[in-house]
Ligand binder design. Sequence first.
Ligand SMILES: O=C(O)c1ccccc1N[C@@H]1O[C@H](COP(=O)(O)O)[C@@H](O)[C@H]1O
Length: 223
Amino acid sequence: MTGIKICGIKYDEDIGIINELKPDYAGMVLFFEKSKRNIAIDRAAEMIKKLDKNIQKTAVVVSPDINQIKAITDVGFDYIQIHKDMPDDILEKITIPVIRAVNMPDEINGAETESNFNDEIEKLIKNDKIYGILFDAGVPGSGKTFRWHRINGIKEKIKYSGKKFFLAGGLNPDNVKEAVLQVNPDVVDVSSGVEKDTGAGKDREKTEKFIKNIRKEQEKNYG
Ligand SMILES: O=C(O)c1ccccc1N[C@@H]1O[C@H](COP(=O)(O)O)[C@@H](O)[C@H]1O
């Protein structure tokens, strides 16, 4: 069964949608003022209390410092999703499971620009603090996809390691079925693709369609 993560929740209406549709994970963006989905830590604490206890709460951050990590742990998040910098000394101090986000570097004329990509994944696979590895497009939360075949070589390695393999980046109700068929991730992750057209908060119909399109496919395959 493919897990589902709905990211960037911010409003009370979003909580209602999440509690009703019950994805496996819900994500909140913190300490990143540049994002329209950014919320304050106190607001996150309030939202955690209102969310269904069976939904795993994930703090989504960019290059966090140790004080931010402490605040995230104190309010009761289940996971921390880290984009960009994650130095070893910071990782050592984290006490909740980490979802390491890999923002795929731009390709130049269809070719990879980073040769050490595989080395980084190998290192993550061996680290007990890492719960999962999440592949996203170059700019987090941009609603853009990347060419999925770029991770063909490493996805099985992640799966066999026992870490969760998350696919993110520009997923939406219309492409998620194809993403599951082509990539077969453990978890699909969406933010922009299930937002209202105004961009302010989650759209109930889009979120429901996203979830139904995955579950419908699974019912066909597993009954
Ligand atoms: O959503 C953001 O603004 C954001 C900010 C900082 C780090 C991550 C962010 N979003 C994450 O990006 C992926 C993919 O999002 P999308 O579906 O392409 O919009 C997802 O994990 C978001 O939580």
